[in-house]
Design a protein around this ligand. Sequence first.
Ligand code: OAD
Ligand code: ZN
Length: 242
Amino acid sequence: MDSETLSHVAQIISESEYLIALTGAGISKESNVPTFRGEDGMWRNYNAMELATPSAFARNPELVWEWYSWRQGLIAECKPNRAHSTLAKWEERGILNYVITQNVDGLHRRAGSANVLEVHGDLWATKCTECSHHGRLDAPADGVPKCPECGSKLRPDVVWFGESLDRDVMMSVYAELERADVCLVIGTSALVQPAASFPLIVKQCGGKVLEFNVEETPLSRIVDVHLSGRAGETLPRIDSLL
Ligand code: OAD
Ligand code: ZN
């Protein structure tokens, strides 16, 4: 990452009128939250299709909850890193308008960001499989939690493979994508739809896309700038230039 690219990016950010960020598992990597793909990726050791689908839950809710409870335990030990805190600082200073995240780890909010759209849900949120009850756990689940209203099984309120994203959240996401003149794409492999296409919408609407990643992704060819490096290092370096 050369200093010329860094100042170029800093300039685009400081001149932007409506800045948003799309984040993925890579932004939490330096907080020790496992990513999904790549080296040490979570899906390498666990078959997603056996764990993160409605039919997996119907077949074996104990196993699915065991996996979520393990992830909750991991995340409870993790802290936001300098990438999360830089975005929170930029929001507070009026530089950044919204964060759209695919992460369910809650680290953006814990870092202080308030304008966050969690498109894949929240690891601590639950919903009833039978009634309309929604709730939150404050400690990792022990077994299969039951609905306080009707006694049926609760499930994690996250988006599973084969499920559509929450309609209200998506309406807000599309409004942000259309409004943004600059979108930072941080730590996502850009392989999972529909989030992978969000930066394309920004481009179609005339906005610029700046990618922050340790490697190239399918998006790298179409972005305005690809900034190679760890988000926990590149974002604070840009911050120091603003
Ligand atoms: P992935 O695990 O697919 O990709 C993580 C990306 O972060 C990769 O492109 C890495 O190169 C990059 N990366 C790793 N460390 C980094 C660092 N320190 N700084 C910057 N970049 C870094 O994660 P996502 O793209 O978020 O969905 O995965 C998308 C979705 O796939 C997840 O939300 C999840 C999964 O299926 C659901 O659970 C619905
Ligand atoms: Zn219920």
